[in-house]
Design a protein around this ligand. Sequence first.
Ligand SMILES: Nc1nc2c(ncn2[C@@H]2O[C@H](COP(=O)(O)OP(=O)(O)OP(=O)(O)O)[C@@H](O)[C@H]2O)c(=O)[nH]1
Ligand SMILES: [Mg+2]
Ligand SMILES: [Zn+2]
Length: 361
Amino acid sequence: MGETVDQYQLGWSAFWDRYLEDSSIQSFVRVIARHKGAYSAMTASGQLLNCFLSGKIQRGSVSNADLPTVGDWCKITDIFSNGGNEPAAKIIEVLPRKSKITRLLAGTEADEQVLAANIDIVFVVTSINRDFNINRLRRYVLLAEHGDARPVIILSKADLLDNPSEILEELNRVFPKVEYIMTSSISLSGIEQVEKLLSSGTSAVFVGSSGVGKSTLVNTLLSEKVQKTQEVRADDHRGKHTTSSSGLFFTSNGGIIIDTPGLREVQVVADNDELDRMMPAVGSLAVTCKFTNCTHTNEPECAVRAALTQGSLQEEELQSYTKLERELAFSKRKLDERVANDERKKWKKATTQNRQRNDQS
Ligand SMILES: Nc1nc2c(ncn2[C@@H]2O[C@H](COP(=O)(O)OP(=O)(O)OP(=O)(O)O)[C@@H](O)[C@H]2O)c(=O)[nH]1
Ligand SMILES: [Mg+2]
Ligand SMILES: [Zn+2]
């Protein structure tokens, strides 16, 4: 990116203007990449900085989700020189996020992982041949909706399928409101359509399984190979990730694109009404069942089973809805547990400190 940038080209919007009342725009950077223990970030005038966390937001003192991530706008200290390397600064605050793409990180202590922040468009990439799976798409679309970003489905590797009509029909039926673009990085079909969505200052993230061609698309849009891609035999590619961390780049039109590592599983975090909005056929029916807690199995006057019998609802839709509903409940429970745990720890720490203070006096 050239040197004559302004904050809007870097994705700044009126959403953060209140921060400019106390500090100049030079105190803010956008995170471009995350490394072990440090961040690459760019100032509003296009200067690259090597950023470290200040004591206030060290790992361990804030939850994982509150640490800076790619796409974040952060407030920094004054820039200092870093012995011959890139100029450096410390990050003192992560500005509130306009939107964020998160998933649940499973583990002993479940936590939310923010894959990218302040995103306008989520390109949900699926290859049109092997990877295509409607349920997986539903989860990614939900991820975008929950994150307050606009989902756009990319059907990659269009060159590998002669007749996509069946897939397109299904897409139109399942996601009547979600835009989709068929692309090929070989014939370059669809690339212009993607570019059109990436006007100056617009931020987009590419998500999807490993091997679907996210980095290849990023390279194509940048017309240079900045991201390493998988070299051979894409279709045998299982669980081997080529991209290992997220990175932010600028297209020649000024669009801002973020490549992410392929996800093996997306454990979605979302609200039930977001699910209902994505799957209105089931969502709106369920509220008309006689019992509010209807499980749609054997209750009387069940609107969902009636619709199944009539054929206005597909069994597949109901199953997918029920599964997602369970998954959302699981994520919510995990995150609630985590919040309760954090509270307990904070409380314990405070009482220990109090006791020590009392002992000393
Ligand atoms: N035929 C065809 N192959 C493609 C296309 N796009 C990408 N590929 C191939 O698919 C393989 C995987 O591409 P990558 O771009 O590395 O996939 P990725 O989604 O970035 O994968 P991870 O970084 O592991 O998440 C490579 O061998 C690409 O050459 C396409 O449009 N058509
Ligand atoms: Mg990649
Ligand atoms: Zn019911």
